[in-house]
Design a protein around this ligand. Structure first.
Ligand code: FAD
Length: 381
C-alpha cells in the first residue's frame, strides 16, 4: 500500500479504491471496452491545429501511425513501414458499415466544456480502439512538449498542487492525473528493444516519470474517482440507454456490463460518493469562474488537434472528450439525474467516458505492478 488515508479532494481512502478497482471495476471495465459498442470511436483524425498553423507536424495528412518527422521516429516504425502504418490508418481501422447498422437513438447534445467534434463530415472516421492501443509511439521532443506546456500554461493551472481555490486545484489535478495515466501506458507498453522490435514494460521510465513523483500518482487516483463519480451520477441515463450495434448477444452483454458497473452494490457501499461535486462552485464569483474554466478546457480540447502523432491524437481526443463529458455530467447539469433525466449525452461522449475510466483503472493496476518491480529491484541492490 503506497498511500494512506483519504484521497485529497475526494471522499474515499486509497485502500478502498485499490480493492474496489482490483476486484470489481477493473475486470468489468476491461470487458466493457471490448464490446462492439465501446470499441469503435468516431473521430476526426486530421490535424487541424488552430494554434500553430505553421507547425510542420501537421502537414502530413496521409501519414498513418504518426505524423512526426521520420527523424523523430524509432527505426522499427520506419522499417516496418506499411504494415505497422496500416494499424493506424483510417482505412485500416475503420468499419464504415457500423454507421448504418448501429447507434440509433442517440441525439446530438452540446457540451459547454469541449469543442464539439461530432459534427458529421467526410473527415470523421470510425476507429477500432482495440486495434490502436495506447502505447509508446516515439512521439516526443518539441511538438509533444509544446502541447503539454500549452495545457499547463492555461492561467487557471498556474499554482498547480498548491492552488487554494478548490475549483482551480481540481482542474489542475484532473489534467495532471490524465498525464500520469498517459505516461503509465507509454511505460507499460514500450518498444524496449528496437533492434528486434520487442515490446514490454519500461520500469525505469515508469519510475522516472511517474513513481518518483507521489503527487502525480495521487492525481491519477483523483482523476479516476472524479470520472467514476460522473459515471455513477449518470446511472439512470446510462442504464436506460440502448447499446445497439446489430449483434443481439453482444449488445445484451454490453447492457449487463454497464448496469453492473453503474449500479454496483459493492461500490455503493464502500465508496458511495467518490467525489463530492456539491462542494464546488459556492464562492461569490462561481459563475464567472465556471465560464473561465470552461473556456480553458475548450482550449485544451482544441489543442488535441495539434498533437502531431495520429495515435496519440486519437487517445488524446478520446480522453479529453471523456473528461469533458465527466465535467458536463458533474458541473453543467442541474438536478438529480433520475428526475426528468436531465442528462443528455452524445453516443461518442459515452464511449469516451467509459474508455477513459477503463484507461485510468488500468493505470492504477499498472502503478502497483510496476512499483512492486521497482521495490524488488531495490531489495536486491
Ligand atoms: P512529458 O510527459 O512530455 O512531460 C512534460 C513535462 O510535464 C515534464 O517535464 C514535467 O515537468 C511535467 N509533467 C509530467 N508528468 C506530469 C504530471 N503527471 N503532472 C504534472 N506535471 C507533469 N507519447 C506516446 O508515446 N504515446 C502516446 O499515446 C502519447 N500520447 C500523447 C497524448 C497527448 C495529448 C500528448 C500531449 C502527448 C502524448 N505523447 C504520447 C507524448 C508523451 O506524453 C510525452 O510528451 C513524451 O513521451 C515525452 O515525455 P517527457 O519525458 O518529455 O515528459
Amino acid at each position: 500500500q503506497q498511500f494512506q488515508g483519504v484521497v485529497k479532494d475526494c471522499c474515499c481512502d486509497y485502500g478502498t479504491v485499490d480493492l474496489l478497482n482490483k476486484e470489481v471495476l477493473h475486470p468489468l471495465l476491461q470487458e466493457l471496452v471490448r464490446t462492439p459498442f465501446f470499441r469503435y470511436y468516431k473521430v476526426k483524425l486530421w490535424c487541424d491545429c488552430e494554434f500553430w498553423p505553421n507547425d510542420g507536424m501537421c502537414q502530413l495528412r496521409d501519414c498513418s501511425v504518426c505524423e512526426c518527422p521520420e527523424s523523430e521516429f524509432p527505426a522499427a516504425f520506419r522499417s516496418s513501414g506499411h504494415a505497422s502504418c496500416q494499424e493506424g490508418t483510417p482505412e485500416g481501422a475503420v468499419d464504415r458499415t457500423v454507421d448504418a447498422k448501429a447507434f440509433q437513438g442517440w441525439t446530438d447534445s452540446d457540451n459547454p466544456w469541449t469543442v464539439d467534434d461530432e459534427t458529421e463530415s467526410e473527415d470523421m472516421t470510425y476507429v477500432n480502439l482495440l486495434l490502436n492501443p495506447e502505447r509508446y509511439t516515439g512521439y516526443k521532443g518539441e511538438s509533444a512538449r509544446r502541447i503539454w506546456d500549452a495545457i499547463y500554461a492555461q492561467s487557471c493551472f498556474e499554482n498547480g498542487e498548491n492552488e487554494t481555490c478548490a475549483e482551480r486545484r481540481v482542474f489542475y489535478r484532473l489534467i495532471s492525473g490524465l498525464h500520469t495515466s498517459i505516461s503509465t501506458h507509454i511505460a507499460a507498453d514500450y518498444l524496449v528493444d528496437e533492434s528486434v522490435n520487442a515490446w514490454g514494460k519500461n520500469v525505469a521510465l515508469m519510475h522516472e516519470r511517474v513513481l518518483q513523483h507521489p503527487e502525480r500518482v495521487q492525481n491519477l487516483y483523483f482523476t479516476y474517482l472524479f470520472v467514476l463519480r460522473a459515471v455513477i451520477k449518470a446511472e439512470a441515463y446510462l442504464s436506460e440507454a440502448e447499446y445497439l450495434t446489430g449483434n443481439d448477444s453482444e449488445d445484451n452483454l454490453t447492457h449487463k456490463l454497464v448496469a453492473a458497473l453503474v449500479g454496483n452494490e459493492r461500490l455503493r457501499t464502500a465508496c458511495p460518493i467518490p467525489f463530492d461535486e456539491a462542494k464546488m462552485w459556492r464562492g461569490p464569483d462561481a459563475i464567472e469562474l465556471k465560464e473561465q474554466l470552461q473556456s480553458h478546457f475548450r482550449n485544451i480540447s482544441a489543442l488535441m488537434d495539434c498533437v502531431g502523432c495520429e495515435k496519440c491524437r486519437l487517445w488524446g481526443k478520446l480522453q479529453i472528450s471523456g473528461l469533458g463529458t465527466a465535467l458536463k455530467i458533474l458541473f453543467s447539469l442541474d438536478g438529480e439525474t433520475s428526475a426528468g433525466n436531465v442528462i443528455d449525452l452524445q453516443r461518442n461522449e459515452v464511449i469516451a467516458l467509459m474508455n477513459l475510466l477503463s484507461r485510468l483503472s488500468e493505470s492504477l493496476e499498472l502503478v502497483h505492478e510496476m512499483a512492486d518491480v521497482v521495490k524488488g529491484h531495490n531489495k536486491l541492490s
